[in-house]
Design a protein around this ligand. Structure first.
Ligand code: SF4
Length: 313
């Protein structure tokens, strides 16, 4: 499969078949915490980056076998709403395989465009992000395409909240000293109240990201932020260890990763090539292995390398 991956053990969506609608790495943002690397095509141009007919053919072959899935999820190595054929693919699933739920994981930057809101209208769950409301924090955390305006993004999300019939889970990713200040939290709460998502999900760094200097906020801090947002519906996204309890968690993949990096440290891209596994799927396993202290990472010239964690003597 070229454009489908998994099913992956997803913390938020259970057994989830991933659909990748843009190549690595087409995105409207270049977030400092991104787990799939720096954006090489920073754009807001919508077009068929990946031929939608081919995606539909793959989906047909796969879904005809009636796999056990909780969701078909548009995510991948960039921003799925940038593919102008997104609506066609969602409609294809809904028209032919209505037993499957559809989710779209998106950075939420394009919902000011009426067409994008219309294209996602038949999805069951949308998971947009909003990390900052103030221009300053937005520029620092999300490093957007120069034509993106944060007021317009917020306006689009509020419109989405009013129109969308399915569920909206709004994700906020926290980076210490950038968007956990009192001022930014107050703005975020104000806007979240207007968007009225079914759930707000608080997240922070799970494994080392694009930039070395980005750290996670502490669990205690996340708990305080959660209290600040209450009574809005809110949760802290569960930690990686819960993935092991998800049915599609594949022990073999975990072992293959450990075997490979035992021989020599590898970057995530090395591992995707050696193990023939999608980057997003790999990331789920890397997070779990880091969390269980079996592996660690190190920034070197060629990027972030993963290696077996040395035991303390
Ligand atoms: S929006 Fe997502 S894919 Fe794009 S840079 Fe940010 S984290 Fe990475």
């Amino acid at each position: 499969m070229k454009y489908l991956f998994g099913p992956v053990p997803s913390r938020r969506l259970g057994i989830s078949l991933g659909v990748d609608l843009v190549p690595h790495k087409v995105c409207s943002l270049n977030c400092i915490y991104c787990e799939v690397g720096r954006t090489t095509n920073l754009t807001i141009e919508r077009k068929e980056y990946i031929p939608v007919n081919e995606v539909i053919d793959e989906l047909k072959d796969y879904l005809d076998q009636k796999p056990e899935l909780d969701f078909v999820t548009f995510s991948g190595q960039g921003e799925p709403t940038l593919n102008s054929g997104l609506g066609r693919v969602i409609n294809f699933i809904k028209d032919n395989y209505s037993e499957y739920k559809v989710a779209v994981i998106t950075n939420g930057t394009l919902f000011w465009d009426d067409k994008v809101r219309l294209e996602v209208a038949r999805a069951d769950v949308l998971l947009p992000s909003l990390d900052a409301v103030s221009r300053d924090s937005f520029l620092k955390i999300n490093r957007p395409n120069k034509n993106l305006n944060n007021d317009k993004i917020v306006e689009g999300l509020i419109k989405l909240g009013k129109e969308f019939k399915g569920k909206i889970y709004l994700e906020i990713f926290f980076v210490p000293n950038l968007n956990n200040t009192k001022e930014e939290l107050t703005l975020l709460k104000e806007i979240a109240t207007k968007i009225q998502p079914d759930l707000i999900q608080l997240n922070t760094l799970d494994r080392p990201g694009t930039e070395d200097f980005v750290k996670a906020v502490t669990k205690e801090e996340l708990k305080k932020i959660k209290e600040f947002f209450e009574p809005l519906p809110i949760e802290i996204i569960a930690k990686a260890e819960t993935r092991k309890q998800i049915q599609s968690f594949n022990k073999n993949i975990e072992e293959q990763i450990l075997e490979t990096i035992k021989r020599r440290p590898c970057t995530d891209i090395d591992l995707t090539e050696i193990l023939d596994i999608h980057l997003n799927e790999l990331n789920k396993y890397l997070s779990e292995l880091i969390d269980s202290k079996k592996i660690e990472s190190e920034h070197l010239d060629r990027g972030l390398f993963f290696k077996i964690k040395k035991k303390k003597l």
